[in-house]
Design a protein around this ligand. Structure first.
Ligand SMILES: [Zn+2]
Length: 75
């Protein structure tokens, strides 16, 4: 049988690792979002007025479209 203190330390150690990983992930995420949001803009689809990010939008001249369907003007 393991002494209770060893089990306790093990649990604390695992919790510490999980917590530490979470912080690392969060920090990384913030950095990603920071760089992403700086050049990401939301615009309206010329055809159906859906708001989409410029990264996903299809640009045609000065107009933006949410999908190829809207770009083509077909139903
Ligand atoms: Zn559209």
């Amino acid at each position: 049988m393991l002494p209770k203190i060893v089990v306790l330390l093990l649990i604390v150690y695992i919790l510490y690792l999980l917590f530490f990983k979470k912080i690392l992930k969060q920090g990384h995420k913030e950095n990603d979002n920071g760089t992403k949001s700086s050049d990401e803009e939301f615009i309206e689809c010329k055809k159906c007025s859906t708001f989409i990010s410029t990264n996903e939008a299809i640009k045609s001249g000065n107009n933006y479209f949410c999908s190829k369907e809207c770009l083509g003007g077909k139903k």
